[in-house]
Design a binder for this molecule. Sequence first.
Ligand code: ADP
Length: 503
Amino acid sequence: MINENLDIYLQALNSANSGIIITDNLQPDNPIIYCNSAFEKISGYSTDEIIGHNCRFLQAQDRSQAERQLLKDSIREGKECKVEIRNYRKNGQLFWNELLISPVKNEEGLVTHFIGVQHDVTERKRVEYELREEKTYIEEKVRERTKEIMVKEAFLSSIIQTVRESLLVLDSNYVVLSANNHFLSTFKVTQEETVGKVLFELGNHQWDIDPLKDLLTKILPTNNPVTDYEVEHHFQHIGKKVMLLNAYRIELEGQYKDRILIAIEDITEKKELDRRKDDFLSIASHELKTPLTTIKSLIQLLQRMDPAKNPEKFTTSLDKVSVYIEKLNKLISKLLDTSKIHSGNIELHMEPFEIDKTVQDAIDNLSVAIPGHHISFSGCTNATVIGDEMQILQVINNLISNAIKYAPGSKNVEVYINNVGNFVKISVKDYGMGINHQDKIKIFERFFRASDIQKKYPGLGIGLYVSHEIVVNHKGTLWVESEIGEGSTFNFTLPIMKNNNYG
Ligand code: ADP
C-alpha cells in the first residue's frame, strides 16, 4: 500500500513542470538523493549524473553570485529561501533558475532533507532585461529630446530677448506667459507687473480695445494673424505713443499649441516724421508757388507794356522778376542741399580761410539785407580754419536769419567768436521766443519745426538740419542753449588749422 502510494507520488512529481530535487541534509555535503524528470529536462543532465552531487554543480564556474551566500545561510540555519540564480545546463548554456528551497524536519525538529523546486525563468528574465534596456533607451531619448528642446528654447528666448521689438507670449486666455526685455523697457514695467496678468488688464488697460479684442479672439480658432493694428494711446509711464501691433498663433514643434505671440513696435517717431514730411511738402510747394505766381503776373504785365513809353516801370518790373527768380533759386538750392546732405553726396571744397572775416562778411551782408535789425559782432580769434567757406557762411546765415525770424519783439542779435582750445566757437544769441526742452532735442532733425510756430512763421524745417550736418562734416559741433521766452543761443565749433596769434 505504501509502495503503491509512493509510486503515485513519484509519478505525480515526474509529471510536474517544476524541477524538483531532494537533498539529504544528514549526509556530508548535502547530496541530491532525488530529482524528477522536469529537473532532468531543465538541467540537461540525467538522474544518474545528478544523484549524489551537491547542487552547486549547476553553477559551473559562476561562483561569485550573491544569491549563493543566501542559499548557504538558509541551509545552515535550516530555513526556507527563494532566489533567482544563474545556473548552467550540461551543454554549458546559461539558464535563470527561480529556486525555492525548503527544509524537511523530523520529529525532533532536525532538518533531515531539503526540497528544491526550480523554474526555468530565462525567458522571463530576457523579457525583463529587454524591457529594462528599452526603458533606459527611451529614458535616454527623452533626456536627449528634453535637452534639445531646452537648447532650442534657450536659443529662441535669446532671440526673443535680443530683438528690438516688444514681444509678448499669451496663452489661450490672453494671460501673459512671457515678456521680453524690450517690452519691459519700452513700457517701463516689471516682469511682476506683466507676466501672469491678462493682456487687457495691463497698465492703464491700454490694450482693452474692443476691435483689438475681436481680432485677437479670432487668432486661435482661425489662425488669422492680426497685422499692423495701430493703437494710439496715452500709456502709463511713457505718455502718448502710437504702437503698431502684430499678433500670430505660434506652435513650437507641436509642443506649445494655442499660444499667441504679439509683436509691438513703437511707431510714434515714424508717424511724426511722416507728418513732418507731409507738412514740408505742402509748405515747400507753397513757397515755390508764391514767387512763381508773382513772376508770372510780372511777365504778363511786361508783355503788355511798351518799354519805350514807360521805361522806368519796365525796368523796376524786370528787377522785381529777377529778385523773385533769385528767391526761387535760393529755395531750390536749399532743397537740393538737403537731399544731397541726406544722401551723403555733399561735396566739400576744403580750403583754409580766416573765420573772423567770414563771420564779419556774413553779418555785413545780412545787415544790408535786413536793415531794421542790429547784428552786433564781438570777439576775435585770428584763426585759420580749413573747410568749405561757402558752407560755413550758409551755417552763419541760417543761424542769424533764424535769430531774426524767431525774435519778433527784439531787434538785437549778438554774434560772438572766440578760441576754445583747438577750436573756434561762434555763438549767435537772440532775445526771442526761445525753445522748449522737448523741441530742443529734435531741433536738428530733418523737417522739424516747433509746433506752435507752424502757421506764424514760414519755413521748411531744413535750415538747422543742413547746418548741423555741415558742422559735423567739418568735425565740429552745433548746439543750442535756450529758455522759453528768454531767447536762444546757437553755438558751433570748428577745429583750428592755424592760429595766427602764434604764427
Ligand atoms: P525753419 O526756420 O525753416 O522752420 P530751421 O531748420 O532753420 O527751419 O529751424 C527749425 C525750427 O527750429 C524752426 O521751425 C523753429 O521752430 C526752431 N528755431 C530755429 N531757430 C530758432 C530760434 N533762434 N529761436 C527759436 N526757435 C528757433
